[in-house]
Design a protein around this ligand. Structure first.
Ligand code: SAM
Length: 286
């Protein structure tokens, strides 16, 4: 038992009998936007922490796992990604990673809540450093509506960087939304969905995969990676492709990439493609 009297921000997960906590020094901001409660904390060891509706979104220290794995595996799998759309992603970290790829000519971020981005600009400026890139466009509207109205076969990669499937993000996890994505993608296009924890949310992960298959995607791959600030500390991104597989990627380009990463490299990409036994079994069952 420690005598430490510091304050901790703790996210409790009743469904898995576990919690995650960070020691905080102060709450820097709290506001109820039209969509959600957004809080920003300063921590002793993890930099800034953004929380939405009680769920941790990003910390300064560990966001690189998530942002790199949501973007680079898909972008190095696509032969020549030019037009990329991010649904959600208001902290702008995924947008920054996408724009590191020289092939990308246009990256549109469609975030429902402008306040998330404005607070990220203030408290996580490093994540927003590419927002002024001439290839970037920031829209503040509902991603479900935007995708339903998107021109057919106009996109190479769609990244769904959403909150959990409750509230405004609920409709980003069903077959109807994935059908809109399928229609908007070019024939060799790829969609990436943040697909929660393989350990804590396996039924939900299976539902996501099954909705993608129902929508008509030909191949799926779920890539796992560490993410300390999310439930169980282990997270996943599920890639789905209109046609062709997702096992091969541009390995030489991943090795000779012109930008630095903190987690992503040739080996972590290959390692993420390896499926643990319990996931193979779970994915083989309906
Ligand atoms: N990486 C985070 C995670 O997995 O917890 C998600 C980060 S990002 C801040 C998620 C964003 O999705 C939020 O800013 C939220 O406003 C946005 N979002 C939720 N529903 C949306 C919708 N229907 N259209 C566009 N953005 C949405």
């Amino acid at each position: 038992m420690s005598n430490d009297t510091s304050t901790w921000f703790t996210e409790q997960h009743d469904y898995s009998g576990s919690s995650i906590g960070f020691r905080v020094t102060q709450r820097l901001h709290s506001e109820q936007s039209p969509f959600q409660l957004i809080e920003i904390y300063d921590t002793t060891d993890w930099g800034k922490l953004m929380v939405i509706d009680g769920c941790m979104m990003v910390t300064t220290r560990d966001n690189f796992f998530y942002h790199e794995m949501m973007s680079h595996p898909a972008l190095f799998t696509h032969a020549n990604p030019k037009r990329v759309v991010i649904i959600g992603g208001g902290d702008c970290g995924t947008l920054r990673e996408v724009l590191r790829h020289n092939s990308v000519e246009s990256a549109i971020q469609v975030e429902i809540d402008e306040r998330v981005t404005r607070l990220a600009e203030k408290y996580f400026p490093e994540l927003c450093e590419s927002n002024g890139d001439s290839r970037a466009q920031l829209l503040f509207i509902d991603g479900i509506k935007w995708m339903a109205e998107c021109a057919s076969e106009s996109l190479d990669v769609i990244i769904i960087d959403s909150t959990d499937p409750i509230g405004p993000a609920e409709g980003l996890f069903n077959a109807a939304f994935y059908q809109s994505c399928l229609k908007a993608l070019k024939p060799d296009g790829i969609v990436v969905q943040q697909s929660e924890s393989p350990l804590a949310h396996l039924p939900l992960l299976k539902d996501i995969r099954s909705a993608m298959t129902t929508a008509g995607f030909a191949s799926l791959r779920t890539l796992c990676f560490p993410q300390p600030c999310y439930p169980s500390g282990w997270w996943s991104a599920t890639l789905a492709r209109k046609r062709g597989d997702l096992d091969k990627f541009r390995e030489n380009d991943a090795v000779t990439k012109s930008f630095a990463t903190q987690y992503y490299n040739l080996d972590t990409h290959k390692a993420a493609l390896a499926q643990p036994e319990f996931l193979k079994r779970a994915f083989a069952q309906p």
